[in-house]
Design a protein around this ligand. Sequence first.
Ligand code: GLU
Length: 285
Amino acid sequence: MVTRYRGRFAPTPSGPLHAGSVVAALASWLDARAHGGTWVVRIEDTDTPRCIPGADHHILHQLDRLGLRSDEPVRWQSPSPSQDAYEAAWRALQAKGWAYGCACSRQDIERALARVGGLNTGQPAAAVYPGTCRTGLGGRTPRAWRVRVEGHWAWHDRRLGPQSQDLPREVGDFVIRRADGLWAYQLAVVVDDAAQGITDVVRGEDLADNTPRQQHLQRLLGLPLPRYLHTPLVWACDGQKLSKQTGAMAVDVDRPLSVLQAAAQVGRGLTADDLPEALAKVLEA
Ligand code: GLU
């Protein structure tokens, strides 16, 4: 049986859409249309400290103005049916012996890595968890929950081609339930993609290196693996990645056609050098 294409755009409501997120939204919408498939919007609001009140409706308004409308009712991650599904997945991973409680604070991890000479970047975000709590908590109280990783992961990206990641060496056992009790993005996205029957994930290239973690969880949970396509990033004039964190300007949805035209140029004809200027023209026009 051929599974019908189902794609999604899954913004975090941490701010309005910027030119980079429009590229991902347009690409996933076009891919769904090109395959005669269904395209849905999911608001990824599990990371409540990052969410800005009203940003979800702002994003939906921007998408609406751009003509990118969800074929099915928009789904939010925060209501209880989704939360129950994340909890069930977490319990399943524990029952299978893949998830374990971790009592380490960030400082504990840094200290443990420094002892073995594994922290050389000085960037906690780049720290690979040394596995301290893998074999037990030694009487300490769990703060977060992690999932064990193993093996070298090879996967195929529809645009980038063959990709690989050594999960234990490059990522380490990663968090699925955070110390603040919130569900981690990796767990939520996998559970939601499966619950919504997503066959094709089309999203920005900045998320490409999350794919092995997500496929690892899909395998452990017995979920189908979607196909993945990561779209080119839009760079700001200073060479920085355009993102909500770097304060990228919201797109001007009063000029929907210009915004879509600029988004459609990404990866087609314009070089990385031309692009910021082209987008800046659209955004400032
Ligand atoms: N919510 C994520 C973001 O806005 C995207 C997640 C995904 O597409 O997998 O960056």
